[in-house]
Design a protein around this ligand. Structure first.
Ligand SMILES: C[S@@+](CC[C@H](N)C(=O)[O-])C[C@H]1O[C@@H](n2cnc3c(N)ncnc32)[C@H](O)[C@@H]1O
Length: 278
């Protein structure tokens, strides 16, 4: 079978399965199997798939038809300048979280060796991107999930970036600082919202990474004990939740509270500075 036909058939199967971007997914899967970029694939549409390549493609397409996220099917996903290993133990790193990293880098830009804590590190995406893009940063990632910490550790090895990782429950407070920055993309989907999520998220991503009641506030409260005055807390929040989080932070005594929009124009990042003690 030629690449062109493989593309058309894959795209049709994924459309029937209800995937949101069947053509793009098909291009990514076929080019992945052939070891080509998508633009190379466009130029090599008449290339023939070997029997082994056709079998591999069939296996991957069947997984995607089951609405498994593309990131798990490919076993890796791009995040900022990094390509990270991902599997069902971790949330797939999202584009809006790249905006979180951008804000973190802005907050620590004047510090040569800032101490940074990433709460709920998952794949290590935020922690590793900060270590990558601010080479002096001393970054620690914590997570309650041993499986997630294994993936984050594998990603540290894969990227050659040094971060510390610790198993930790954020509801018990945060590890002793002082930290120059505490960042978190905590679980913030409410239990009653789960059924409305896309099958890729609802049926495949780890529940403990998605669903959380009170995690955002627990991180903010924990930050009060470990952030010196003026040091920053940066939080990813659910679409539509920023006003509530801003009010919560103000109530806890944080100052300089600002929100940042993601690339889709939604307020998804809330940051604040720890206020001086009275
Ligand atoms: C939304 S995911 C974020 C993953 C990663 N930081 C990212 O942005 O892609 C939330 C993470 O918090 C972790 N988590 C959930 N409950 C936790 C708890 N009580 N203490 C520490 N980590 C927790 C989950 O295991 C998951 O890795």
């Amino acid at each position: 079978m030629k690449a062109k036909r493989a593309l058309a058939e894959t795209s049709e199967r994924l459309a029937t399965a209800g995937c949101e971007s069947p053509r793009v997914d098909a291009e990514i899967l076929v080019s992945h199997v052939l070891g080509l970029s998508r633009s190379e694939l466009a130029r090599e549409a008449s290339r023939k798939l070997s029997t082994a390549e056709a079998k591999t493609l069939e296996r991957l397409v069947a997984r995607r038809e089951g609405r498994e996220p593309m990131a798990y099917v490919l076993a890796e996903w791009g995040f900022r300048r990094l390509t990270l290993a991902v599997d069902r133990r971790v949330l797939v790193p999202r584009p809006e979280t790249e905006t979180v990293v951008e804000r973190c880098l802005a907050r620590i830009s004047g510090l040569a060796e800032p101490h940074v804590l990433d709460v709920g590190t998952g794949s290590g995406a935020i922690a590793l991107a900060i270590a990558d893009e601010h080479p002096g940063a001393r970054v620690t990632g914590i997570d309650a999930s041993p499986g997630a910490l294994e993936v984050a550790g594998a990603n540290a090895l894969r990227t050659g970036l040094e971060i510390a990782l610790r198993e930790w429950d954020l509801f018990t407070g945060l590890p002793d600082g002082p930290w120059d920055l505490v960042v978190s993309n905590p679980p913030y989907v409410l239990p009653e919202e789960v059924e409305k999520l896309a099958p890729e998220v609802r049926d495949w991503e780890p529940r403990e990474a998605l669903v959380g009641v009170g995690a955002t506030e627990a991180v903010a409260r924990g930050g009060l004990d470990v952030l010196p005055p003026g040091r920053a807390l940066v939080l990813e929040v659910a679409a539509g939740a920023s006003a509530r989080v801003v009010a919560m932070l103000a109530g806890l005594g944080y100052g300089d509270i600002t929100t940042t929009r993601d690339l889709a124009g939604r307020d998804r990042v809330v940051e604040a500075a720890a206020a001086p003690a009275d």
